[in-house]
Ligand binder design. Sequence first.
Ligand code: URQ
Ligand code: ZN
Ligand code: ZN
Length: 480
Amino acid sequence: MSTILIKGGTVVTAESERRADVLITGEKIAAVGPDLTAPDGARILDAGGAYVLPGGIDPHTHMELPFMGTKASEDFFTGTSAAAAGGTTSIIDFVIPGPGQSLLDAHATWMGWAEKAACDYSFHVAVTWWSEQVSHEMGVLAEQHGINSFKHFMAYKGAIMCDDEVLINSFMRARELGAICTLHCENGDLVYRLQEEVFNKGITGPEGHPASRPPWVEGEAANRGIRIAEAIGTPVYLVHNSCIQSLEAITRARLEGQIVFGEVLAQHLVIDDSVYRDPDWRTAAHYVMSPPFRPPEHQPALWRGLQSGMLQTTATDHCCFCTPQKAMGREDFRKIPNGTGGVEDRMSVMWEHGVRTGRISPSEFVALTSTNAARIFNIYPQKGAIEPGADADIVIWDPNLTRTISVETHHQNVDFNIFEGMECTGNAAVTISRGMVVWENGELKTERGRGRAIHRPCWAPYWETQRKRNALREPTPVAR
Ligand code: URQ
Ligand code: ZN
Ligand code: ZN
């Protein structure tokens, strides 16, 4: 069994920073403490002057997703390898059955695709239709396959969109199972009509995309999803919050004691809607994703959401389509496959624009890139922790290591990079996945198929507070 001793680093957890060594035996962390001695035969990694962090967890990716008539260009091996190059050692991806398709069949299909993964993975399973069969299969997934989160798209009318009836049925079933509901919050009916209106005005280019899904379309769905969850008493997690309006909906609910979690994508924190005004159609189309990039004033609000604890996680929604795929919408922005990448860059971007600017501390960085997602999706301390018994998913983070993000050097399987040219100081020097060095000296050492599915039990302690808090809350006063 291999042994690694990480010497001389500063261990950073969501709670503290301290000088400590980390001893890894096999796939697990064996000891954490000052001046540990290396057993015979141990490999020594010098972390002097560097931080030692829990491996990043990206709770929102879409490797090889079939979507909008094509398929995302990143697969589970190349995507988890690129993730490792950036310090991320676990992903939570999505099983997205088509309407009428068995959730169990879809889960088996995605599990087959994920067998090639280089690092660990899990799935949110989407509920895109409703029947007794769906209800039954949610139970099988929760009880036998370690699925504790079910996804709901409130957008994408005519494809995978849930109406309120499906939301209500699914939320009630999730409550029975002790599962959490995750939500893509855009009013899909509104988007559909606004797209038609914009297109019929002759706006056919990528600039039509943000014009047809303004922030209040996201804010309406965020509030509606939260209120349905409140009425039913189900914990809820809103993915890719991009604007002030959804943040306000989350903040209000959390201040009322409801258990609502919010995610923000690294790209929404640093890229604004000016990208859609690029004269080169291809460049503008590269940034077509939903929710779209917003006017710059939304970014400081999202950072405040992270600083205040109203938003708890960062992700990437890594869903890559190459330029020829984006060109499917050359004459009609509604046909541009929605999605952008970033699984390799999230942690560098968060360090550069978060820690180095002073917006967040190193401990908050760990919470936002790893530990909070582990706690919310009930895989802590197996993941997201540096303590004996935890999986040895660790990053030696060199705060002085610089890199310029570029398609020329990235490991993602896509022909552009939305952060092109961004200079980042602070990067992963060494990434370890369950005790194996998968990235060091700028070189990937991942092994196809070494990744494992992470079992995520229901009834997370985090969510149990939901019911206690609801019970404690004052009954809504009867209108006088
Ligand atoms: O909506 C999502 O999260 C998937 C389909 C990726 N695409 C996107 O534009 N966000
Ligand atoms: Zn989405
Ligand atoms: Zn997504």
